[in-house]
Write a protein that binds this ligand. Structure first.
Ligand code: ASP
Length: 339
């Protein structure tokens, strides 16, 4: 029997049209174009139902409550479809993929996010290929996790990051190999995929995310302790700190280190993620990294800042014990880090 997928069309460039202020979402436009694509009627393609969000949006406008709407939408249709495609803008796709990977607990079917750098309506575009192949991937029975498909690569959603604003090769998964590649053949590396939840496990559950007061801060030479102190003042609960290299910070700035220490003593969770695209945090490698550890900062290992941020939203929405949040932050929940 022909398999069928549910397409959650949240918006993004793929379905946009040119307007006077630049590309903008256009209600009904993606669905109308897909309806005209003969290739999508091929018996080799899965059947699909498309649900366009109201309004379809540029992904710069995404939020935790929008992530929740997507997760709920998938859960509501989970039993009726073989897989799920989330049409999404590229700008914050890695954040949404990271969040969905944590919010959808007990997922047994593929959830694939995709989009395009050039809209489907343009003569030259990447959206067509991304769409068609992502639809085929969304019915692969061996996938039980949230993935991002772009430019011939299937990436673990919570390992992905947008690396290029001007190329079709917009995404990378710097610290984890692609789960699959699509050339002449569609090749999936099944040894890398997350295992299917046990049959005795509870059915799919969706975790709502609260609007927790969390932030991301990128260190830079000359950063002011006074400014950071303001950021770390209540009500903040968590901070993803993007540090230098293997997780280092200016340990000669005693005022700054004292600000970090005072915040962690108060219970603020500060997670150390490197500014480098590749590699991992090793806070004992340099004295400048040890200083952060002494200030109570915990390691984000090789997590992307997107995954670390989504994980903070998730943990602050599901836990109250700071010790538990700190310890879960440092273990892999859905393949987002290598311990
Ligand atoms: N600004 C667009 C978005 O994120 C970019 C894209 O989709 O490529 O919705």
């Amino acid at each position: 029997m022909r398999k069928k997928i549910y397409i959650a069309d949240t918006g993004g460039t793929i379905g946009m049209r040119p307007g006077v202020r630049g590309y903008e979402p256009s209600p009904g436009f993606l669905g109308a174009q897909m309806a005209k694509m003969e290739i999508l009627k091929s018996p080799l393609m899965p059947g699909y139902h498309i649900h366009e969000y109201d309004p379809p949006m540029d992904s710069s406008n995404m939020s935790p409550s929008a992530w929740f709407d997507i997760a709920e939408d998938i859960a509501a249709h989970h039993d009726d479809y073989d897989g799920f495609l989330v049409i999404h803008g590229t700008d914050t796709m890695a954040y949404t993929a990271s969040a969905l990977s944590l919010m959808l607990e007990g997922l047994t079917k593929p959830v694939i996010l995709t989009g395009g750098q050039i809209p489907l309506c343009e003569v030259r575009n990447d959206s067509r290929e991304n769409l068609i192949t992502a639809m085929l991937l969304a019915v692969r029975e061996e996938i039980h996790e949230v993935c991002l498909f772009f430019n011939n690569r299937l990436l673990r959603g919570n390992r992905s990051t947008k690396v290029n604003a001007g190329s079709f090769d917009a995404f990378d998964s710097p610290n984890f190999p692609p789960l699959g590649t699509t050339g002449i053949d569609i090749e999936i590396n099944t040894s890398l995929l997350l295992a299917r939840p046990d049959v005795s496990a509870p059915p799919l559950r969706v975790q709502r995310l609260n609007d927790s007061p969390v932030a991301v801060l990128r260190l830079f030479p000359g950063i002011s302790a006074a400014v950071v102190k303001n950021l770390l003042a209540p009500p903040i609960k968590g901070l993803v700190l993007e540090t230098y290299g293997a997780g280092n910070a200016p340990d000669n700035d005693m005022a700054l280190m004292a600000v970090f220490k005072a915040a962690t003593d108060r219970g603020v969770v500060i997670v150390n993620c490197t500014q480098c695209l590749k590699g991992r945090v090793r806070m004992g490698a340099y004295a400048t990294g040890s200083a952060l550890r002494e200030a109570g900062v915990i390691s984000g290992f090789d997590m992307t800042p997107e995954a670390a941020l989504a994980k903070m939203f998730f943990l602050f929405s599901t836990r109250t014990d700071i010790h538990e949040i700190r310890s879960l932050m440092q273990v892999s929940l859905k393949g987002e880090l290598t311990e």
